[in-house]
Design a protein around this ligand. Structure first.
Ligand SMILES: CCCCCCCCCC/C=C\C/C=C/C(=O)SCCNC(=O)CCNC(=O)[C@H](O)C(C)(C)COP(=O)(O)OP(=O)(O)OC[C@H]1O[C@@H](n2cnc3c(N)ncnc32)[C@H](O)[C@@H]1OP(=O)(O)O
Ligand SMILES: Cc1cc2nc3c(=O)[nH]c(=O)nc-3n(C[C@H](O)[C@H](O)[C@H](O)COP(=O)(O)OP(=O)(O)OC[C@H]3O[C@@H](n4cnc5c(N)ncnc54)[C@H](O)[C@@H]3O)c2cc1C
Length: 650
């Protein structure tokens, strides 16, 4: 039943895989949406294994940033020859440049720019954030002033704080970029718009006249991405380099407004919608690494004399790791919803944008935060070796946690989600019915069931009782925040100040609302699975997710007596029961994420489980170990100890 067993594997991992009670192939295909995608993943991995030029010359953990970037550019240039999608020096090209062309370019611009972008005839990024502003787009300072005489825009960074700052691949890789600048025409400031701006010569790659561009320096993580800075000084571009699918500017400088004020923000909504899957994958990577390692790591006896046990036998270890697996699945199902909604928007349904913005804002915040937390939990659960770069977990955490900031700082995104909740609460208070069905928010128009929560002790708990409990909490927190806003305003406090004074309550309501959304998507998502053994595993993961989340918000549930303490006790027991049922399949469940050793980039998470010998090999490859005695030893520590010995003889 388990295609992951191979000769030479660590027997401790093989014995785990032999316990598998379901088809890992079916579960893997369900996670990656279909068997064809699994087949393609395996083809790409096999291709990678066979093409040594695609491999790293040494573990990249031992490289400085210069050599990491050089190595990444080398591999990317090769990938163009091998496969379409490429790695970090092109990350923003694929995740933001191309989506912006798809989303904001009119047909003529699309015809000109899209084929070149897809054929990698240039490399781009999305330069919106400035040194002085990242969240508050209304106050971006970069200007694009229209010159009707030459039918050009003149781009400027009027102050130091106007410098574009952070855009990925801006520093050294990109040569044609999207610049978000204030459109100024006929003396009127129309606010931020997107422009297609060459910044480096296509042949020499030298920065163009008026362009000052460079790398912003080392960061918390993501060392192979050259996040950059950019200052523009009277850089001229043709009028037609303004993205004109939504807003337009005529040759005489007259402005034509877009159908929806926020269409220009579409690329951000796209990335927020699609990055949910990326976060699910990152949490799946961390779970795979930590659970495989926990299945070969023996530490401590449970019963004296009976020999050391795998750390995965400890309930605490299962409690730390298996909920991360459940959340990875939950996020995958939630992300499928936002991707479908984005596809609807891209297909021309502009009306879906407010709902898409509302759900993707909250989801992006909750998922990135819980993914980062989950990866850190996986890292800590691997003990000392989890702290080694050999585990792959520190870099994975540093990459994932950036998602809490980019594409909209999480707190700001939760407050955006809260805007939608407050509007609905206002409608409900005025007895207004929803203008159109929205499965994400319709529950807010309902009142909690008269009967108390139905969470009880059973081996087959009903997900709907938990989802109703989450809806109850989200409703209560939403209306509590709304009522507080109204009270503050009735006391003469401005709406804006009232909003700021309710910020924490609004954030709590948005988080509860997003939890409800994710739980509902997970519960609905597993209904498609028809294979009974796989369905049983998914139901166990759903039970674990739901009751783990109950424990995470138990105070909110107990607050108004909607549940009683005994039901929290039931929930704890349901978590422990789910852990018990999942334990025998734990390794095969993470095998079914189908991440290969290149993606895992982890000695601890290797498919074969041969950790210790490969840890030693990894450590030996450290450049430090090229020397038995470091060349500078006698100049410093050696001389210090010699002096100390001489001193002690006096
Ligand atoms: C191919 C595989 C892809 C995998 C992806 C992998 C992961 C990605 C890897 C890439 C790595 C890094 C890339 C990072 C890129 C960036 O960080 S780009 C920069 C991101 N910056 C932001 O997100 C800025 C955040 N700030 C804002 O969005 C706005 O300033 C904010 C919304 C906070 C406020 O805007 P205002 O115009 O002031 O709006 P406001 O007054 O609050 O609301 C007015 C009104 O507009 C509605 N609204 C706001 N934004 C949107 C939107 N985007 N879409 C639709 N509607 C929007 C808002 O709800 C209000 O409506 P209401 O009816 O009045 O409530
Ligand atoms: C790894 C990485 C990659 C990035 N890539 C890109 C890129 O490719 N292109 C790009 O344009 N940008 C990029 N960014 C920038 C990113 O989009 C911004 O950092 C982000 O939007 C936050 O803005 P800021 O950094 O100015 O923080 P600020 O907006 O200054 O926020 C600082 C603090 O103030 C709080 N705050 C701000 N406004 C409010 C408010 N209205 N209400 C309540 N609290 C508020 C925030 O919650 C936060 O706690 C990247 C950033 C990182 C870390």
């Amino acid at each position: 039943m388990n295609s992951y067993i191979k000769p030479g594997d660590n027997p401790l991992l093989t014995e785990e895989r032999k316990k598998c009670q379901f088809s890992t192939d079916i579960l893997a295909a369900f996670y990656h949406e279909n068997a064809q995608k699994i087949k393609r993943r395996h083809e790409i991995y096999q291709y990678y294994l066979e093409n040594k030029e695609l491999h790293d010359p040494e573990p990249t953990e031992f490289m400085d940033r210069y050599h990491r970037l050089e190595n990444a550019e080398r591999k990317v240039s090769l990938l163009k020859k091998h496969v379409k999608k490429a790695g970090s020096p092109l990350g923003l090209h694929y995740t933001m440049m191309i989506p912006t062309i798809l989303n904001n370019a009119d047909d003529e611009q699309k015809a000109e720019w899209l084929p070149k972008a897809q054929n990698l005839e240039f490399i781009g990024t999305y330069a919106q954030t400035e040194l002085g502003h990242g969240t508050n787009l209304r106050f971006l300072e970069t200007t694009a002033t229209y010159d009707p005489k030459t039918q050009e825009f003149i781009l400027n960074s009027p102050t130091t704080s106007a410098a574009k700052w952070w855009p990925g691949n801006l520093g050294k890789s990109s040569n044609r970029i999207i610049v978000v600048a204030r459109l100024i025409s006929n003396g009127k400031d129309y606010g931020p718009h997107s422009f297609f701006v060459p910044i480096r010569d296509p042949i020499t790659h030298k920065s163009l006249p008026g362009v000052t561009v460079g790398d912003i320096g080392p960061k918390f993580g993501i060392p192979t991405v050259d996040n950059g800075f950019l200052l523009l000084n009277n850089v001229r571009i043709p009028r037609r380099n303004m993205f004109m699918k939504n807003a337009k500017l005529n040759p005489d400088g007259t402005y034509i407004s877009p159908k929806h004020a926020k269409l220009a923000y579409g690329t951000m909504v796209y990335v927020r919608a699609v990055m949910i899957r990326t976060m699910s994958h990152m949490l799946g990577l961390a779970s795979t690494i930590s659970i495989r390692y926990s299945a070969i790591r023996k530490q401590g006896e449970i019963e004296a004399g009976k020999g050391e046990v795998k750390v995965l036998e400890y309930q605490t270890q299962q409690y730390r790791l298996l909920p991360q697996v459940a959340r990875a699945w939950a996020f995958e199902f939630a992300g499928r919803y936002t991707r479908k909604l984005y596809a609807q928007f891209l297909g021309g349904d502009v009306d879906v944008l407010p709902a898409l913005h509302g759900v993707s804002s909250g989801l992006k915040a909750v998922v990135t935060h819980q993914t980062a937390q989950g990866i850190e939990q996986c890292r800590m659960a691997c003990g000392g070796h989890g702290y080694s770069e050999a585990s792959g977990l520190p870099q994975l955490f540093a990459t994932a946690v950036a998602g809490c900031t980019y594409e909209g700082e999480n707190m700001v995104m939760l407050l955006q989600s809260a805007r939608q909740l407050v509007k609905i609460a206002s409608d409900v208070r005025k007895n207004q019915k929803p203008t159109k069905q929205n499965p994400v928010t319709d529950y807010l128009y309902k009142t909690s069931a008269a009967t108390k929560c139905k969470i009880d002790q059973t081996t087959d708990p009903d997900p709907s009782s938990v989802i109703e409990a989450f809806e109850h909490v989200a409703r209560r927190l939403t209306f509590a925040a709304f009522d507080k806003l109204e009270q503050l305003k009735q006391r003469g406090i401005s709406a804006e100040n009232a909003w700021v004074q309710c910020g924490v309550d609004l954030r709590r309501a948005a988080t509860a609302h997003t939890r409800t959304f994710i739980a509902r998507q997970f519960s609905n998502g597993i209904l498609e699975m028809r294979d009974l053994p796989v369905q049983a595993v998914l139901k166990d993961l759903l039970q674990l997710y739901l009751f783990y989340e109950v424990l995470e918000c138990d105070g909110d549930l107990l607050y108004d007596g909607y549940v009683i303490g005994q039901q929290i006790e039931y929930s704890k027991n349901n978590v422990y029961e789910a852990l018990r049922r999942l334990r025998p399949n734990a390794v095969s469940i993470v095998d079914s994420f189908d991440f290969n050793d290149r993606e895992l980039n982890s000695v601890l998470g290797r498919r074969d489980g041969n950790v210790y010998e490969n840890m030693l090999e990894w450590a030996k490859s450290s450049p430090l170990n090229k020397h038995d005695v470091m060349p500078f030893h006698h100049k410093y520590l050696g001389k210090m100890m010699e002096d100390a010995r001489q001193q002690s003889k006096l």
